[in-house]
Design a binder for this molecule. Sequence first.
Ligand SMILES: [Zn+2]
Ligand SMILES: [Zn+2]
Length: 277
Amino acid sequence: MVELRAIRSQQPQLASAVDLHLEILEVQRRVQGRVPLPQFQITADSIRRHQASATPLLRFEDIPLDLSDLRLMVRQTADVLRRYGALEEGDYRKVQSLGRDMQLFDVTGQWYRSGLAHQVAAVGIPASNSFTELDGADVIDQVLTVSMRPFLSRCAEVLQQRPELSSWTHSHCALCGGQPDLSVITPSAERHLICGRCELRWKWESLACPYCRNSDRSKITSFATSDGQYRVYACDMCRRYLKAYDGRRASRPVMPIVDAVATLPLDAAAIQRGYNS
Ligand SMILES: [Zn+2]
Ligand SMILES: [Zn+2]
């Protein structure tokens, strides 16, 4: 929160984005304090098996999910997003009715499994997933990503401590199957991907595109901010880009929410060059 407020004073044009994220953090923090440690078993053997089959370790059934807390997260997230103009009225109503609906649990399960469907599609296997066919899937995805973070990040804490995580070689998340939406360059110049859902971090190739696995250097455009703190790797094959926090010249560790806000101008630059997040 201190870091977010620092962004607001250094870059006043980001004030509204900072305030939005401060409110989201507050909502997440209240729920996160109540999430119990997950009961699922991680063993060296299970990590090996999941690495071999490229399937994420955490099943939806094993998430320590409290339905009334999830409802609260969905409703409050939708309120905050609407207040800051990030959710239109029609979408807001859709999300609010989902928050009341008995279907919330099922829809969240479909959303959770859709992470892997993206990955299967990226390697050229047609994937069908009932979530992506839902009315308003994009908006529900946005709200559930925020709402599920307190539960998923608790599970990620457990896997993050396991040394066997270093044997995971896929570009999707070992825990939840989600896609990376940020990365960090370590002091030893390795690139670690950060899951956009649970914030798990894992080492991956330092240049290749994690979305389509293009590793042709001539088809990756990379550029940095003027202070060298952040980098963009943009793929000229699938036109997607990934941002990186350059930990080689940093005074603090990567902080996904803070860095997402601080790099909004970088997103604009990448989109202006014709790339998609
Ligand atoms: Zn994840
Ligand atoms: Zn690509």
